[in-house]
Design a protein around this ligand. Structure first.
Ligand code: FRU
Length: 917
């Protein structure tokens, strides 16, 4: 913005300055070289010039006067030449001495106006002045009249070398030459000067007074003559004729009017005309080279009129001068005002621009302010909404917690009532193993519920600050060691290397036993949950300065950065689908530790392991008096041990055994895919009574097991980690090896759309949770029966593809491929099961199972049967020897062929052949 204002300002200034430009007229320099200016005539000439120049401001006027000296005038002209003259006006003192310099100026291209007196060449631009010859002639004619054509004349001459003196003399003598009685008898050199005339006439007084008339070349010399004669002959009546007839005091017109001289010939100065002529020349307008001014004789007859006219002119000129002065003043005032107005205008413009800028900034600011205001309002309203939302969330959170707390309270009594009789039942050693396992499943889950209920209640108590630390002094080494030991059975069962380390013999520490044992149990339970077989869990107790340190470290699955960041947040569910807990254990542990003014840290790396570290301050100074008790509260470790470890005591050995089992005898092989350990266990244990059961807790493992074992039927949960149930179904149903396996999808989702989705994957049945076990049994049985029917259908038709319309596309493909390979290798005695596997890119076990299921026969049996069928055909239709037939059907010898044939058909090949023939 400031840059814009500056540019506008500069622009306006240039605009203003162009307005104030005084004139677009061209500027000129005019030099004026005057021969002399001591007399009134020349002063009048100068005044006239100046008066005229006043109307032309574009002219610079340089004035030089030579004081009657020709040499000086030459010098002055040369000086003027150096000043870039546009035009020279010159009244040369004498013609000859000034001619060269005037020519030089003229030749240089500078216009020259010669005024009044002349030079001795025509090398000038223009001449202005009255015709001196004419003036002299008029004076002569007037003298003839005055003398009545008879008398003597004295001539008082101007400067000898000057042109007017020469021309006036010639004009005068020419006028009187026709009158012989008029004689020019005396000539007196007056040099144009009054004083010179007085002196010379006085000197030659006697001579002059004898003549009848004096012709003086100008009025000044005329009055000088009168003055000289008056001195010697006062009152003499000598007629005197002068030249110039200048108005004003002590000048020609007055002399005539006062009868001091008889007449004067008007010789105008031409000052104003000279300036006008100069301008025409400079402006390249038309002009005349010779400009002759008018003249006339002034005597007593017209002097009054002339005087009046002259006075009028003088007064008018004075008026003009006054007006000019006024104009000058006005101009000055105007210029001042113009300058002032200019400054004012610039200031105004500046003000305008600044005003504009201020307005612009104000508008911009206002817009920004408005925007900010809007943003602010928006933020405020969002803030309000957030506050409201968080209040609502808090209320909802509280309501949820209240609900859980109340529910937990309600749960505890029935849980206790379930737990006690259950434990009584489990104590019965005579119980059947199947029943025991079922009851143990119930026990584990009751304990799990019991622990969750307790955790929820503890959490609630902390939130309402109802839970207080009740610290007593205990040996931390013994305390942690005993808790660790309670996991030994589990560790052995899971084959996890559980070890306890310490350098301290004892480590007396003040803590709340009910709180810290929950913390240690929780950490150890977590470690067991996430540590696989052959892993390790190390528990360490140590001391550092004023802190007791407990570390629980494992080399289990570990946590990713996100899980690590939120590990201690309440209700945070970890990243392992099948290990999801309540999200309360670690949050609660952190609360308990902080209530002890301690700290809990976790470090973990995915697939490498996790380490929890607890720091508890030693001594009791950090605890309030009311937080200290003398004797520890009732030891809850036994109860906690039960709560935390029972859940982990799955019958893993049995599960492993189940996994290891293959399809066997007439028992169907069922693959159960379910991520919930208990539900999987429940299903496998129930199904394993009549079937061989394989199990998987995620989609990827399930696919591996399915391809490796080709089970007879699959029960699959939809919501499982890895690949979900729908994906697993789709993959298995689209693979030639597994397409025949019936699949039952099992899920809690019961919406119509999902059911359709399930069936679209070609699943054979769809059961929703909670399911009825009987229904599962029935569905499994039905699907297996259907399968059997289909199998017998295939086998009785002896692999005739066209006659197996019920066969699914993939199965037809399998059968034709399998039969084709066998057919093509019928003569190949080295042909084996491995060759088929290679051709079909499947394993031996897959081939055996698939052929068993689809064709209901053994692969080797099938090959032998096909060879024998072919042999039969040869025997019936071709005239070949037994050996040839044996050879053509892949038997290594005729004897072996006969043995096999006989065992199959109950007769030797030769008997069969001879019977046939
Ligand atoms: C003035 C003057 C005039 C005369 C003219 C001639 O200096 O003497 O009186 O007419 O010069 O150049």
């Amino acid at each position: 913005m400031p840059a814009k204002i500056f540019i506008l300002f500069i622009y306006s200034c240039s605009l203003l300055s162009s307005c104030f430009d005084k004139s677009s007229e061209k500027k000129f320099i005019i030099g004026f070289s005057q021969c002399v200016d001591s007399d009134k005539w020349r002063q009048t000439m100068l005044e006239e010039m100046k008066r005229e120049l006043a109307f032309h401001e574009n002219i610079t006027f340089i004035y030089k006067v030579a004081d009657d000296r020709s040499d000086k005038q030459v010098e002055q002209v040369k000086e003027l030449m150096k000043q870039d003259l546009d035009l020279l006006i010159i009244s040369p003192n004498e013609a000859n001495p000034l001619t060269p310099v005037v020519e030089e100026v003229y030749k240089k291209g500078i216009p020259v106006i010669v005024i009044d007196r002349k030079v001795a060449s025509r090398a000038y631009t223009a001449y202005i002045g009255a015709d001196n010859y004419e003036v002299g002639k008029l004076a002569g004619q007037y003298a003839v009249n005055l003398l009545n054509k008879k008398g003597t004349v004295t001539e008082v001459l101007g400067l000898a070398g000057s042109s007017p003196a020469i021309e006036r003399h010639k004009g005068f003598t020419d006028a009187i030459k026709d009158y012989p009685e008029i004689k020019l008898v005396t000539q007196i050199p007056g040099q144009w000067l009054r004083s010179k005339a007085v002196a010379e006439v006085t000197k030659r007084n006697a001579e002059v007074k004898q003549t009848d008339l004096v012709f003086a070349h100008n009025d000044m010399m005329a009055i000088g003559t009168r003055e000289a004669l008056e001195k010697t002959n006062p009152g003499n009546q000598l007629k005197i004729i002068g030249i110039d007839a200048l108005p004003g005091n002590d000048a020609g017109l007055e002399f005539v009017a006062d009868k001091k001289i008889t007449a004067s010939v008007l010789y105008p100065t031409g000052g104003d005309e000279a300036i006008r002529l100069a301008l025409r020349i400079l402006n390249k307008q038309e002009f005349k080279k010779v400009n002759i001014l008018n003249t006339l004789v002034v005597d007593s007859s017209n002097v009054r009129l002339m005087k009046l006219q002259s006075e009028k002119i003088i007064s008018q000129q004075q008026d003009i001068e006054k007006q000019q002065a006024l104009v000058e003043e006005q101009k000055r005032v105007y210029n001042n005002q113009r300058t002032f107005t200019g400054i004012l205008a610039v200031a105004l413009l500046l003000l305008l621009f600044l005003g504009g800028a201020v307005f612009y900034s104000w508008r911009k600011n206002k817009k920004i302010t408005n925007k900010l205001q809007l943003k602010n309002d928006e933020i405020s309203s969002q803030q309000k909404q957030l506050i409201e939302m968080s209040e609502k969330a808090e209320v909802a959170h509280q309501a949820k917690l209240n609900f859980f707390t109340n529910l937990s309270h309600e749960f505890r009594t029935p849980l206790t009532l379930i737990l006690s009789p259950l434990e009584e039942l489990l104590a019965n050693e005579k119980m059947q193993s199947g029943n025991r396992q079922t009851l143990q499943l119930v026990h584990r889950n009751v304990m799990r519920l019991y622990r969750l209920v307790n955790q929820l209640m503890d959490f609630r108590k902390i939130e309402f600050s109802k839970m207080k630390v009740r610290a007593s002094e205990n040996d931390l080494v013994t305390f942690v060691k005993e808790i660790t030991e309670s996991y030994e059975v589990l560790a052995r069962k899971k084959q996890v290397g559980l070890r306890f380390f310490t350098n301290e013999r004892v480590l007396p520490t003040w803590f709340d036993v009910t709180m810290i044992d929950k913390v240690i149990f929780n950490l150890l339970s977590n470690a067991f949950k996430f540590t696989k077989e052959n892993g390790f869990i190390h528990v360490t107790v140590s001391k550092s300065a004023d802190m007791a340190i407990i570390k629980v470290e494992d080399n289990g699955v570990g946590m990713g950065p996100n899980a690590l960041e939120h590990a201690f947040e309440p209700f945070f569910q970890g990243e392992y689908e099948n290990y999801k807990g309540s999200g309360l254990g670690l949050a609660l542990s952190k609360e308990f530790i902080e209530m002890h003014h301690g700290q809990i840290f976790v470090s973990s790396e995915k697939w490498k392991g996790t380490c929890f570290e607890i720091k508890l301050p030693l001594g009791k100074d950090h605890l309030q008096a009311e937080e200290l008790i003398d004797n520890p509260d009732e030891d809850t470790r036994a109860e906690d041990a039960k709560m935390y470890t029972t859940e982990l005591m799955n019958d893993t050995e049995e599960l492993q055994e189940n996994l290891a089992l293959g399809n066997n005898g007439n028992r169907a092989c069922v693959l159960v895919i379910e991520d919930n350990d208990d539900l999987r266990y429940y299903l496998t244990s129930r199904l394993s009574r009549a079937n061989d059961v394989l199990e998987a807790d995620n989609g990827l493992t399930a696919l591996d097991i399915a391809f490796a074992n080709i089970p007879d039927i699959i029960i699959c949960d939809v919501m499982i980690p890895g690949k979900n149930g729908l994906d697993v179904t789709r993959i298995l149903k689209n693979d030639v090896r597994t397409a025949h396996i019936p699949i039952i999808l099992l899920t809690a989702r019961n919406e119509e759309q999902q059911r359709i989705e399930g069936l679209e994957t070609k699943a054979d049945a769809y059961l929703t949770k909670p399911f009825n076990l009987q229904l599962v049994h029935e569905t499994v049985k039905n699907l297996l029966t259907n399968r059997e029917k289909m199998k017998s259908h295939y086998s009785t038709e002896t692999f005739n593809e066209e006659k197996s319309p019920a066969g699914k596309k993939l199965e037809r493909k399998f059968i034709s491929e399998f039969c084709g390979i066998v057919e093509n290798n019928i003569a190949n005695e080295k042909f084996s099961v491995d060759d088929i596997c290679k051709h079909m890119a499947i394993s031996r076990i897959q081939l055996y199972r698939k052929v068993k299921q689809v064709l209901n026969c053994n692969v080797n049996d099938y090959i032998i049967t096909t060879r024998l069928q072919k042999a039969k055909y040869y025997m019936q239709h071709e005239n070949l020897s037994i050996s040839e037939i044996a050879y053509k059907t892949g038997f290594s010898s005729a004897a072996y062929f006969s043995t096999v044939f006989k065992s199959k058909f109950g007769t030797t090949p030769s008997d069969f052949k001879s019977r046939k023939n």
